[in-house]
Ligand binder design. Structure first.
Ligand code: HSE
Length: 401
């Protein structure tokens, strides 16, 4: 029997407790051993809840119990989760987490501590909730050179963009409705400004390329400036607009960013609707593989944590190897990235537009007095210089190639 402790009995922690109980039979069959929750740590008390029998309020009870082999850190936030995780690993206990903030900030260090203590630090649930993506990246694609990862990594923004497109409602209206339904936080900044997706693509880029890609170094643009007019233009192309986390390794250069993109129908991510997430990985031998599912939610996220618990239980006394060096990956400036741009300008003088932006494909008029068009491929730097010179750009959204 393998003894497990859960730190934090919130949404994900209580989900882990539930998954371990409800699916104990299948887990036992597949693992060939039993997983038993010995402790759940939380500051609160819970009446009439099965957790009562195993609830503790002092983390030291867990950290000092040699019987506990695996700890699920489902507290969230950097502190005290960092301290508890480090101490658990130093005590030789594997840690499984859904905590993207901690993983993004201290992943390489905690992986090193795990290795030094013959245990594991696993974080499948930190990106894409219930979608298996970390394990495919580090295991199933270990033989591949990853060339790009493009992900719809945030359910809240995908829900908002889907509603804007389908119902023609503006950003503020849809956000308010999403908040009422509990899909969006009362403070939606981390989601709508792209920070949540940024942390997730920072983790995926680090794993894909083996060195540290820090969220703070990424270009991050959210969806707050996307309008229903943009969707009307996109519709003419049979396209839509999605918030992408993206990392690319091309011609020896690495790029990573979060931004809205115009996405055409041929792209497999085009069809990903509502709160769902999906991640498209392109690698040099196998080509495209895509991973789709619920990016959030109690049981989906908890299920991914439990998958890690099973992996740790199969590797007691050993370390599940994950390569993520502390050394920073040198990211190329976004200025050098080449793509087409969808641009709206406050003039209808097509000759003048062509003179400034070069060869462009004009879209049909959507709003009187403005013009929408797609540029030819150019670098971001070239685009910025032209846009500055033009002085009449209303908005720009990058085209996904
Ligand atoms: N706020 C996140 C989302 C939750 O909307 O996807 C999962 O990290």
């Amino acid at each position: 029997m393998v003894k497990v402790a859960i730190l934090g009995y919130g949404t994900v922690g209580s989900g882990v407790f539930e998954v371990l109980r409800s699916n104990s039979d299948v887990i036992q069959t597949k693992l060939g051993d039993e997983l038993e929750v010995k402790y759940v740590l939380d500051l609160r008390d819970f009446e009439n809840d099965p957790v009562t029998d195993v609830l503790v309020h002092d983390v030291n009870v867990i950290l000092e119990d040699p019987e506990v082999a695996i700890v699920c850190e489902t507290m969230g936030g950097v502190n005290p989760a960092y301290d508890f995780t480090k101490r658990a690993l130093e005590a030789g206990k594997s840690v499984c987490t859904s905590n993207k903030e901690l993983v993004e900030k201290h992943g390489p260090e905690l992986l090193k501590v795990a290795k030094a203590n013959n245990c594991s630090y696993l974080f499948e649930a930190s990106v894409g909730g219930g979608i298996p993506i970390i394990r495919p990246l580090v295991t199933s694609l270990a033989q591949e050179k990853v060339q790009s990862i493009t992900g719809i990594l945030n359910g809240t923004t995908n829900y908002i963009l889907t509603k804007m497109e389908k119902e023609g409602a503006d950003f503020d209206t849809v956000l308010k409705r999403a908040q009422e339904k509990g899909y969006a936080e009362r403070n939606p900044e981390a989601d709508v400004c792209g920070y949540d997706a940024g942390r997730k693509i920072a983790i995926l880029s680090s794993l894909a390329f083996g060195k540290k890609v820090a969220f703070d170094d990424l270009y991050t643009e959210g969806i707050t400036n996307i309008t229903t007019t943009d969707f009307k233009y996109a519709k003419q192309l049979g396209a839509t607009i999605k918030l992408f986390g993206k990392c690319v390794h091309k011609d020896g250069k690495y790029y990573a960013m979060v931004a809205p993109f115009v996405v055409e129908q041929e792209n497999p991510l085009f069809a990903v609707q509502g709160v769902f997430n999906a991640i498209l990985v392109n690698s040099n031998m196998g080509g495209d593989t895509m991973y789709y599912g619920k990016g959030a939610g109690k049981l989906a996220t908890a299920s991914a944590v439990v998958a890690d618990v099973i992996d740790c239980a199969k590797h007691i006394g050993k370390t599940v190897r994950i390569v993520w060096e502390d050394e920073k990956l040198e990211l190329s400036s976004l200025d050098n990235a080449v793509r087409k741009f969808f641009v709206r300008v406050s003039t209808t003088d097509k000759a003048q537009i062509a003179q400034t932006f070069g060869k462009v494909s004009f879209l049909d008029e959507v709003v009187e007095g403005e013009c929408g068009f797609i540029t030819e491929e150019m670098t971001e730097k070239e685009y910025q210089e032209i846009a500055k010179k033009a002085g009449n750009v209303i908005s720009m959204i990058r085209m996904d190639a």
